[in-house]
Design a protein around this ligand. Structure first.
Ligand code: ADP
Ligand code: ZN
Length: 734
């Protein structure tokens, strides 16, 4: 022990004790002693001993829990030289923890996802021109000196690049004292955006929309606006004005995007408007970049972040606006560890800090639509596409009347249109939200179906890779030639289509066409970005893709979109199935006709009269929403009622079911709240774990959180392999 620690443990009574939230499933912070000369405040990011380890935590508000004998407490090891999480951020993290029924330390951990960024970035070595000049001047040396004469410090590689010389020339000059070494702060990850860089001329309804939005934004207090307008109407252009106004006011901006890794085109557009790119935040960032971004967001160097849902937990220095683009997108819901919806939590964050939040969608969620109808959100409409871009003409193909040929999945009507589009030198997109070749393989002789050994799901054939694979756990095996059940050779049949199978069919019909399959399992993000660029440049005739082609891309020559199976999303027991299908299909068909060319969207369906199909082809979104809203209201489903689901899983079916029953029996009796189940989950087995679900339904004003907490507290303790997941406002019912 050093002298310091003797000081520290000298006077027990005087010691300051604070709660520190640690990244652990504990209900509150752990108590730690603050060493004498250490300055901490609520929000300070600290390192503390925990058993044999050192862990990072945050000093939290309130008194410590006082249950531990102060003599036994350990001391905070270190305070990081990093801005503390401010009060709003701490209130927000507590709020999310309480709402989602998650231990607060696990929520706080989401704000600290940059392990080595808590200390300041090291200064970087740079070169500065001195008064000295080399003994012998050469043309290359002159160029270097000319380039460095601007009075700034330069990095070696930057200067070599600017002067067009190799770095050995610079080494030579430095050796002669022409340059001295200086240490400068690290460069920002992105340069600051300029709100006045390229101000667009807004047209027609865009002007009113921007004026309405600016009223909300300039009020500088909490409000939620919902920009609702068809794809291509200029929603992005309009919310860029809100961003500009916020930047002018000196505040930071967060733009949430559902599929950030794929939105290179968004970054470029932002740069065209603001002269610099926003900082990106998503799971594919290189660790170094990630840490720089985190750090520079906390210090305020980064002014705008465009990120995936996790960006909501970045500790901004002074956030003044959040945009949630494609607010209806299911990707905003995280269903892993902390179950939260980033769209809803963005609204909470705005309310806590008193700043505006803007939700944006061509097909808003029913929840947001209702909120704008009852005046809780400010509705902002953009009814028409910008310029001469017309919406595609949309139609259904009744598959009962125009069935595909034997062994095929594409109706002759669709095939004819594909032929026409590529005949005109334009592009066609076929959408099917199913990866692989076929969703099910069976033996024609004995009927054996290939199933995952660890999940209750069929194995999906991936013919390109010669494998069959489980889409829930990743289990895969080589595609067998014989049936493992009856041993018969060459009698395995693929049932139903995946994108690979559609590609095969397309190649059969259009052998000359350049066909490309876009599916997340076939390529990484980088490759995907390249492929998307290539498609935009016209380097493919027919694109066959899964969900990821739906989002945000701009393909100017895409004049035909065919939905291979429009009924696919309607078949499950999800109360949002119709809404989801409507949103996804609208989004995909919206890929067509982004320029002046005439375009067509066709939906293959066996239910042409279904309200979803009718809403899309008639363009009568209002009727669809009205119907959906009425149905939700009748069934008291969100936003007219509240839902929470509880998933109990265990290594044995019996344990899972027993625990779920125990929870149900322990639930308090509360007027207006009822429980369905436990029932075996539709996905009854995932990764070898058996799953049971309880669905809690409450009236709109019921206190769901208190109910759930009381139920857990009174219920059986989680023992052995049992684990319980709470999902408040569930999106998935599987
Ligand atoms: P949305 O976000 O509604 O899909 P965008 O903002 O992306 O619409 O606009 C669609 C296209 O029209 C984009 O290429 C955009 O640059 C262009 N655009 C929209 N409004 C304007 C405008 N006022 N001036 C110039 N181009 C515009
Ligand atoms: Zn599996």
């Amino acid at each position: 022990m050093t002298l310091d620690s003797t000081d520290l443990f000298g006077d027990v009574l005087d010691r300051r004790v604070v709660p520190v939230l640690l990244p652990m499933p504990a209900p509150r912070g752990y108590s730690y002693v603050v060493p004498d000369r250490m300055a901490v405040e609520p929000g300070s990011i600290v390192q503390v001993p925990l058993g044999p380890r050192l862990v990072v935590g945050v000093v939290w508000d309130g008194p410590d829990d006082g249950t531990v004998d102060p003599k036994k407490l350990k001391a905070i090891e270190k305070v990081f030289d990093c801005p503390p999480l401010n009060r709003d951020m701490r209130t927000f993290l507590d709020w999310v923890a309480n709402y989602t029924i998650t231990p607060p330390g696990l929520v706080a951990r989401m704000a600290l996802r940059a392990p080595t960024a808590f200390d300041p970035e090291p200064m970087v070595e740079a070169l500065r021109l001195t008064e000295r000049r080399p003994e012998r001047m050469t043309a290359t040396r002159e160029r270097v000196i000319a380039a460095a004469s601007d009075g700034y410090s330069w990095t070696r590689s930057g200067l070599a690049h600017a002067a067009g010389v190799s770095s050995s020339v610079i080494d030579g000059l430095q050796a002669q004292g022409v340059f001295e070494t200086v240490f400068v702060p690290p460069p920002p990850v992105v340069t600051a955006p300029d709100p006045d860089f390229a101000v667009p001329r807004l047209e027609g309804p865009q002007r009113q929309a921007a004026a309405d939005l600016l009223t909300a934004v300039e009020a500088r207090n909490f409000s939620v606006s919902l920009i609702d307008g068809v794809t291509g109407s200029g929603k992005t252009e309009v919310y860029f004005e809100a961003i500009a106004a916020t930047l002018r006011a000196g505040k930071q901006v967060l733009i949430l995007l559902p599929e950030i890794a794929l939105t290179a085109s968004f970054m470029e557009r932002f740069q065209d408007r603001f002269g610099a790119k926003p900082a990106e935040w998503h799971s594919d960032l290189a660790p170094r970049t990630r840490e720089k971004v985190w750090r520079q967001v906390t210090t305020g160097q980064v002014r705008v972040v465009a990120g995936a849902r996790s960006a909501l937990f970045l500790p901004f220095e002074d956030l003044g606006l959040i945009i949630v683009d494609e607010e209806h997108d299911p990707a905003y819901k995280q269903e892993d560890r902390v179950f939260y919806n980033a769209r809803d939590m963005a609204v909470v964050r705005g309310r806590i800090s008193g700043f505006p939040v803007v939700l944006v969608s061509a097909t808003p969620s029913v929840e947001s639509r209702v909120n704008s109808e009852i005046g809780r959100y400010r509705p902002i409409h953009l009814p028409t596409r910008f310029g001469d871009a017309a919406l595609p003409h949309l139609g259904v193909i009744d598959m009962r009347r125009h069935p595909p040929g034997r062994g095929g999945f594409l109706s002759p009507v669709l095939l004819t249109e594909i032929g026409r589009a590529i005949g005109r030198g334009e592009q066609a997109l076929l959408f099917l939200n199913r990866r692989g070749y076929a969703p099910l393989t069976l033996c024609r002789v004995c009927g054996h179906r290939f199933q995952c050994p660890d999940c209750s799901s069929w194995l999906v054939e991936h013919r390109f890779r010669g494998q069959i694979q489980c889409h829930h756990c990743g289990y895969s095996e080589r595609m067998p030639e014989a049936c493992p059940e009856c041993g018969t050779l060459d009698h395995l049949v693929a049932c139903g289509p995946g994108v690979e199978r559609i590609a095969e069919e397309v190649e059969r019909h259009f052998p000359e066409a350049r066909t490309i399959v876009l599916s997340s399992d076939l390529m990484g993000v980088k490759r995907l970005r390249l492929e998307l660029e290539a498609i935009a440049k016209g380097e493919a005739d027919i694109v066959i893709g899964t969900q990821l082609v739906a989002k945000g891309h701009n393909f100017p020559m895409m004049t035909l979109v065919g939905i291979v199976d429009a009924d696919l999303g309607l078949a499950n027991g999800d109360p949002r199935a119709a809404e989801r299908t409507y949103q996804l299909l609208s989004q995909v068909t919206g890929r067509a006709g982004r320029t002046g060319l005439k375009s067509l969207g066709l939906l293959q369906t066996y239910q042409p009269q279904h309200p979803v199909m009718q809403a899309i082809v008639s363009g009568d979104a209002e009727a669809f929403y009205e119907r959906e809203i009425n149905e939700r209201e009748r069934a008291a489903l969100p936003p007219f009622g509240r839902l929470a689901s509880i998933i109990v899983s265990a290594d044995s079916r019996q344990d899972a079911e027993g625990h779920a029953r125990g929870l149900r029996n322990a639930a308090p009796r509360v007027d207006g709240i009822s429980i369905l189940g436990p029932a075996e989950a539709p996905l009854a087995l995932i990764r070898g774990r058996h799953r049971f679900r309880l669905l809690v339904h409450g009236r709109r004003n019921s206190d769901m959180q208190s109910f759930l907490k009381a139920m857990i507290a009174a219920g059986p303790k989680e023992r052995g392999s049992v684990s319980v997941q709470m999902d408040v406002d569930p999106q998935s019912f599987l």
